[in-house]
Write a protein of this length. Structure first.
Length: 309
């Protein structure tokens, strides 16, 4: 599916239901966890949209943000614009409460990158504002009685020019239910030749930082990942991730989301080759990976299957 934007004038909050494959990871006995149906994961972020500002979908370059600011005669500050749309946020929160089903809300993801308009490296945002904004939105949902939300804090894997320290962007254990990481292996694909990196090379350093220093008690999901066919064996990369790395070296990782869409000309999808598709099917056939069958879950926040470890 394509990105779906919920427009509110020129500034919107984008509700993204991406082409994702969701794989919960279980520990121990999970009998009776639910009938066959997916657990919803909604990716919800503050982006600028609209044809007058250069793009219809959420802007990955900042030019449309600059045009928006010029038209509004105002910087797109995290706090100022967030509070200006409290009415919209309250309406969304009430809608979530009325729906009633437990769901993951991965709010304003990859906040430590420079490309997100809510980054503290963008739009005149200042240190500390991301945490204040997150807590503000969380309190709106609490006041609306939207207790069915499981809050997912999801930075990108760390890199040299990211917002540092990562811990400064963490809203606190009272405002986060799951942590999360996004990371990709683009290999030597000419559209983004970042070099070939294994799953462990991609995630290990930031995983260790998050689970040992930022949020020691929270379960973690891999919120977005994928690999290219260029520069190495994608099938071997998948097998290593699912059969070796996650079971042995990532005990706190309790869910995995594969980005199954060839965005920006990349070859991310599992079906990029028969070998990759077979490797993925074989990997998730292991008992560690649970069937996506959670229609009867009622408790919030959503807990990892089989316990916290």
């Amino acid at each position: 599916m394509k990105l779906s934007n919920a427009a509110l004038g020129a500034a919107v909050v984008a509700v993204a239901v991406l082409a994702l494959l969701w794989v919960p990871i279980e520990h121990g006995d999970v009998s009776g966890q639910g009938a066959r149906r997916s657990a919803a994961a909604i990716y919800w972020g503050a982006y600028v949209s609209g044809a007058p500002y250069g793009r219809i979908d959420a802007p990955w370059d900042m030019r449309s943000v600059a045009r928006f600011e010029a038209n509004a005669h105002k910087r797109m500050s995290l706090l100022e614009w967030g509070q200006a749309y409290d009415r919209f946020l309250r309406r969304w929160a009430r809608g979530a409460r009325r729906w009633g089903q437990p769901f993951f809300l991965r709010f304003d993801w990859e906040m430590n990158t420079n490309g997100a308009p809510y980054s503290e490296h963008a739009n005149g945002n200042r240190p500390g504002e991301f945490v204040r904004m997150w807590r503000h939105v969380h309190r709106i949902f609490d006041a609306a009685g939207a207790r069915n939300v499981t809050w997912v804090w999801c930075p990108n894997v760390d890199y040299a020019d990211a917002v540092h320290p990562l811990r400064s962007l963490y809203p606190g254990d009272a405002y986060v239910d799951w942590t999360c990481l996004d990371g990709y292996n683009s290999g030597t694909n000419p559209r983004a030749p970042g070099g070939w990196h294994s799953f462990d090379e991609t995630f290990r350093a930031t995983y260790t930082l998050v689970t040992r220093r930022v949020a020691r008690t929270k379960p973690l999901m891999i919120g977005e990942t994928a690999a290219s066919e260029y520069g190495g064996s994608k099938a071997d990369w998948i097998t290593d991730a699912l059969a070796y790395q996650l079971p042995r070296n990532y005990p706190r990782a309790r869910a995995l989301v594969w980005f199954n869409k060839n965005a920006d000309g990349m070859d991310w999808i599992i079906e990029s080759s028969p070998a990759a598709q077979a490797a993925f099917a074989a990997g998730i056939a292991a008992p560690r990976y649970a069937t996506n069958a959670f229609a009867t879950i009622r408790a919030s926040p959503i807990r990892p299957l089989g316990g916290t470890r």
